[in-house]
Ligand binder design. Structure first.
Ligand SMILES: C[S@@+](CC[C@H](N)C(=O)[O-])C[C@H]1O[C@@H](n2cnc3c(N)ncnc32)[C@H](O)[C@@H]1O
Length: 504
């Protein structure tokens, strides 16, 4: 078990990490926003990728479908297979009942995968801790049964309805515009934190009750008079929260499809933790929880199964807390070449995200698994740099980045050359896991150089850099890219054309 440190991001499956690395009673607050069962493409990080290639996310999605893995975990939960997780009879009975009720399908797989994680999450929650499970109406009623079985129904506090507005869609039922957040404590008899938040009384209420002292609220055992309420605190907030979803043009929007608004997390963190407390988000996505926790002076730990999410969070925090040095620990990223090889063998996509991050490249959007594996037309990543300034406007240039995990050949350089021409990019960078060959180096040298008018410095048109060199601290020779990560990703200007985002 790891001695947990503030600002740790774990890359990997939260079940493995919880089981192997997180000690009992570690956290004051847990918020989890797992992929919803209703949203089967929850993990699609790039919309375009989804349209082009559902296969891109298949490997990941599999773990939430009825597969050998969910079957094995189900067997652990019902007690016919040995489990590292402590299972009690109530949970086994519930799983058997759910099996009868919903059958062997994705919903049972989802509930199975959630149940085993929620048991581990209870274990790592302090006895004074609170947990908020964010879900939607498709699965919330089943998940409440699961939560009751794991946490005890006496520890249920609220079913919070988070409402938001979005464009209505054509339907023969009411527009669905809310999510459910199930709020439990580990032990209702403990001194768990609950910092009541008040909202101002409605004008109409104030008018009606003006002068009526008998209308009073009891808060923390203290009776507040109407006058006190009116003048100081207002009324405690109810269990339905209207908080706008992140608008398309909102400043906080990073483009991560399931990103939650900071205001939502602010409320949860402020109510159920105090400064210095340790907060966990085991499905941390692009890091809304950890970023708000940091701002509110809480300690935090995040877990995500995608390297992309982990990288995004590092950029998000760097952008948000510019000037403040935030020592973030990332657990699970390869530290040496053998770690890089192991990651490549386990998951070439995650290897690619990791390698792109080593050169601060923004992942390409239109790449699909098929063309990555096949004709290799997809661009793995892009580095944007200021190429020129004309009439006060910055003109961006691009260096295309290709990542190669397997053996590399002269042909890879020829392909990169073709990509640069086709995309009208300025240069190319090949990141390799295996050493490059002499003919490759020769072909790269023959490609010549480019000189951005902004810096007037000459750079090789095609460069090759190995993972080993990058780990050792070598950097490719590139113009400084001065645009922030997310802005680069959203809009890239090439020549006179404005091109819509590559990536996040
Ligand atoms: C709904 S998103 C969370 C979004 C997050 N609340 C935010 O505001 O960015 C769910 C996240 O869970 C991650 N995830 C899914 N299964 C996981 C697992 N088994 N272990 C760790 N992370 C997982 C996905 O990669 C995705 O980033």
């Amino acid at each position: 078990m790891t001695n947990l440190k503030n600002r740790t991001l774990f890359f990997g499956d939260n079940l493995e990490i919880l089981r192997d690395k997180i000690p009992d009673e570690s956290f004051d607050l847990i918020y989890l926003d797992p992929p919803f069962n209703s949203n089967r493409n929850y993990n699609v990080l790039f919309k375009e990728g989804l349209q082009d290639s559902p296969a891109q996310v298949q490997a990941f999605e599999d773990s939430w479908h009825w597969t050998h893995e969910s079957q094995a975990i189900f067997e652990e939960l019902v007690g016919v297979r040995k489990s590292p997780t402590k299972i009690n009879e109530q949970i086994s009975n519930l799983m058997l009942a759910l099996e009868k009720l919903v059958g062997h399908n994705d919903m049972l797989a989802y509930l199975t995968m959630m149940t085993v994680r929620l048991i581990e999450l209870r274990r790592v929650l302090k006895s004074t801790g609170s947990i908020y499970l964010h879900c939607d109406p498709t699965a919330s009623h089943y998940l409440k049964l699961v939560m009751d079985a794991i946490f005890g129904k006496q520890n249920f506090r609220n079913e919070i309805v988070w409402t938001y507005r979005r464009w209505p869609s054509k339907s023969k039922f009411f527009q669905t515009m809310h999510d459910i957040i199930l709020f439990y404590v580990k032990d209702e008899k403990s001194k768990y934190t609950f910092n009541t938040i008040f909202q101002p009384l409605a004008d109409i209420t104030l008018k009606i009750h003006k002068g009526r002292k008998q209308l009073a609220t009891i808060i923390d055992g203290k009776r507040l008079s109407r006058d006190q309420e009116e003048t100081s605190v207002g009324t405690p907030i109810p269990d339905y929260w209207y908080i706008p979803a992140i608008a398309g043009n909102a400043k906080e929007r990073l483009g991560y499809p399931t990103q939650k608004p900071e205001q939502l997390l602010e409320r949860i963190i402020e109510v159920s933790s105090n400064e210095g407390d340790l907060v966990l988000d085991p499905f941390c996505g692009c890091g809304t929880t950890v970023s708000v926790a940091e701002r509110l002076n809480r300690q935090w730990v995040g877990i995500d199964i995608t390297m992309l999410a982990i990288n995004l969070i590092r950029h998000r925090l760097a952008g948000q807390f510019e000037g403040k040095s935030l020592p973030i620990i990332v657990d699970g990223r390869p530290k040496d070449v053998s770690g890089a090889k192991a990651l490549f063998e386990k998951d070439p996509f995650e290897f690619e995200y990791w390698a792109l991050d080593l050169v601060s490249a923004v992942p390409g959007q239109s790449k699909t698994k098929e063309n990555m594996r096949g004709a290799d037309k997809g661009i793995d990543g892009v580095i944007n740099f200021i190429k020129d300034i004309k009439s006060g406007e910055q003109i961006y240039g691009r260096v295309l980045v290709q990542v190669k995990g397997g053996m590399v050949h002269r042909n890879d350089i020829a392909t990169l050359k073709g990509d640069i021409e086709r995309e009208k990019a300025d240069g190319g960078l090949l990141v390799t896991l295996e050493p490059s060959t002499r003919p490759m180096i020769q072909e790269a040298v023959e490609a010549g150089t480019f000189t951005p008018s902004f810096t007037k410095v000459e750079y090789p048109k095609i460069q090759i850099i190995s993972v080993q060199e990058l780990i050792a601290g070598k950097k490719p020779a590139l113009p400084a890219w001065s645009e922030p990560y997310f802005k680069e990703a959203k809009k890239v200007k090439i020549g006179n054309k404005s091109q819509q985002g590559l990536g996040i």
